[in-house]
Design a protein around this ligand. Structure first.
Ligand code: SF4
Ligand code: SF4
Length: 93
């Protein structure tokens, strides 16, 4: 994400990391989570679930910021994120 100005505390903000969990059998392959993830973490997998859809998979695990947006937007409650217990990755994202 680009800011129109740099926040003054950029060097002090610790960015949370998330771990994404996908319940593949619930997924209907709508792609909302992939399309709207602000960090472009997800892609469609090549696997089929029992319904015949391609569920998402995590392409860039280190980029997930645990914003829960995928979780909120999924119509089928098939994806969620939890905070990485190893803690924030560093300052400034
Ligand atoms: S929690 Fe946020 S950053 Fe992580 S995969 Fe979901 S939408 Fe993307
Ligand atoms: S938003 Fe939910 S149902 Fe749609 S592709 Fe993602 S996990 Fe599957």
């Amino acid at each position: 994400m680009k800011y129109w100005r740099t926040p003054l505390d950029t060097q002090e903000v610790l960015v949370t990391r998330g771990i994404v969990h996908i319940i593949e059998e619930r997924c209907k392959g709508c792609g909302y989570c992939i399309e709207y993830c602000p960090k472009d973490v997800l892609v469609f997998s090549t696997r089929f679930n029992a319904k015949g859809y391609h569920p998402p998979e995590v392409k860039r695990p280190d980029d997930c910021v645990n914003c829960h947006y995928c979780e909120i937007i999924c119509p089928d409650f098939a994806i969620y994120s939890v905070e990485d217990p190893s803690g924030p990755a560093g300052v400034g994202g």
